[in-house]
Design a protein around this ligand. Structure first.
Ligand code: NAP
Length: 486
């Protein structure tokens, strides 16, 4: 039984859901979640007590707690890795990489602390404010709700918790119910590392049942990573608050005629298949200039043959493990078949291997049918990618910008002027030059535009959404401190 932790207590009663492994559908355990009333009580304690307990813990001590947690994560590397393999279906190397990235994120916490400062504003900017002065400082909002997705359950939890607690907020965490075990383990570690118990809660409440609680005015900020559809629901349910939203995407890779095609093909395939295409920053559309289109296509096909090994993620040579559940595979095949019905061509893959496994798919489509294809218009959270021939960079930019998403783009070229032009015109939150997009590495901030999100997440950036500005004006009129000539 895996249970929710509310301000100091692992709860013992509530409703249950089941958790299965995507590896073979085996039952992992029950997930126990509290009633809405119990959750609201926890929000009350987070608001009345928890936010002050963490705010009154000196910054230096908060850093020490995070450092302790990093050390404990290192000690429990094997158990956390196993949890990610069984609960999320990751390969051992991907799971270990996620634990390592989480440790590094904790260790980089001092960089965030440096950004929580303020500004001094002299009053002599205007006649009305002479003999006064102001400071504008940041302070924690109070209670932050952090909602995380299934694809980086540990890293995303660590990212949101570090950014929220460093400036001194209490946190209500809601992990994905598809694989909540690693986040539960992290909260346990955080408490053992010395974090105030009444400043944190983690609830296994199903997402849809969380909406009424999110509208509680004692929750001041919401950090969400999830699909664009969930983002819209959360915005309308929670009302006026501070938001950081990392939403859906799927990225284009633009390959220009002067690019190193071997390098581009190897990286593009990695960007297509890593974690079975279940990444917001996975490459979903390849836009290649007509002069190199056929050559690039052949190289991508041979890279797919080289890199793809579908199978049980516990086997060391597997590179493409299961998808998170069978309905995700169903949706992927629906979209592939819809594309084929509209005239797209299957170049690679397309075999279902059991309930949660599939061979990655590469589809080829003419540019004039793109607007009819679900795989172009929507995010398919599976290893399904389109390759399209374009006349030039400007056409590639137009096709990228016509999508409702605007997360990242990759550009492969050696021509600095064309790269610079792509940077200027692409409507995305990040442009990766001669590499495939990847958010998890932690040092570079990421964030989407349009349906891909609000704000930018990363070291020194996320704190903007969990802190509020406060202006303080000191009035010394008549005290003769300043001798102005007025
Ligand atoms: P999801 O279905 O949107 O769920 C994300 C989280 O939101 C889960 O914890 C879920 O809980 C919760 N949730 C669902 N409906 C909710 C509601 N009505 N109110 C409050 N919470 C709700 O996404 P996912 O399938 O876990 O993750 C994949 C998505 O995340 C993709 O679209 C991907 O692009 C996006 N993503 C974006 C980034 C980025 O950096 N932009 C990074 C990673 C992932 P339950 O599990 O209980 O439903």
């Amino acid at each position: 039984m895996y249970t929710s932790y509310l301000v100091g207590d692992w709860i013992r009663e509530g409703e249950k859901r089941k958790d299965y492994t995507p590896i073979d559908g085996g039952f992992i355990g029950y997930l126990l979640y509290p009633s809405e009333e119990r959750l609201r009580e926890a929000v009350h304690i987070l608001y009345e007590k928890g936010r002050w307990l963490i705010r009154n813990t000196p910054g230096e001590e908060r850093l020490e707690i995070l450092d302790n947690a990093a050390r404990m994560l290192q000690e429990h590397m094997d158990e956390l890795t196993e949890a990610l393999v069984y609960d999320a279906g990751k390969t051992y190397s991907a799971a270990k990489g996620e634990v390592q990235a989480s440790i590094e994120r904790l260790r980089r916490a001092p960089l965030d602390l440096k950004k929580i400062g303020g500004e001094y504003i002299p009053g002599d900017w205007s006649i009305q404010t002479l003999e006064s002065e102001g400071i504008v400082r940041r302070e924690p909002y109070g209670v932050v709700a952090a909602i995380t997705p299934f694809n980086y359950p540990l890293y995303d939890t660590v990212m949101k918790i570090v950014s929220s607690i460093l400036p001194g907020n209490a946190v209500l965490l809601k992990p994905s119910n598809k694989d909540p075990i690693a986040p539960l383990m992290f909260v346990k570690i955080l408490i053992e590392a010395g974090f105030p118990k009444e400043s944190i809660s983690i609830t296994l409440t199903p997402g849809s049942k969380l909406e009424p609680v999110l509208s509680d005015r004692r929750i001041h900020a919401v950090l969400l990573t999830g699909s664009s559809e969930t983002g819209k629901k959360v915005l309308s349910a929670a009302g006026i608050k501070s938001y950081l939203m990392e939403l859906g995407g799927g990225d284009p890779a633009i390959v220009l005629k002067d690019a190193d095609l071997d390098d581009a093909a190897a990286k593009i395939v990695k960007g297509m298949i890593s974690y079975s295409g279940q990444r917001c920053d996975a490459i979903k559309i390849i836009l290649a200039e007509k002069e190199i289109y056929d050559e690039l296509k052949d190289k991508i096909l041979s890279e797919l043959k080289k890199q793809v090994k579908v199978g049980d993620p516990r086997k060391p040579d597997t590179t493409v493990g299961p998808l998170i559940d069978s309905s995700t595979v169903d949706k992927a095949f629906e979209a592939v078949n819809q594309a084929l019905a509209h005239g797209a061509k299957l170049l690679y893959g397309g075999t279902r291997k059991g309930s949660t496994y599939m061979t990655p798919v590469l589809l080829e489509a003419e540019k004039d049918i793109l607007d009819k294809l679900t795989v172009y218009k929507e995010e398919i959270f599976a290893p399904v990618t389109l390759i399209v021939k374009v006349d030039n960079l400007d056409e590639a930019i137009r096709i990228s910008n016509r999508r409702k998403y605007g997360l990242d783009a990759a550009v492969f070229s050696k021509n600095v002027e064309l790269i610079r032009r792509a940077i200027r015109f692409l409507e995305v939150g990040a442009v990766y030059i001669n590499d495939y997009p990847r958010h998890g590495i932690g040092y570079y901030p990421y964030g989407g535009r349009k349906d891909s999100g609000i704000g930018i997440e990363g070291i020194g950036y996320s704190i903007n959404y969990v802190t509020s500005y406060k202006t303080i004006v000191y009035n010394y009129k008549g005290a003769k401190i300043w001798d102005y000539l007025v």
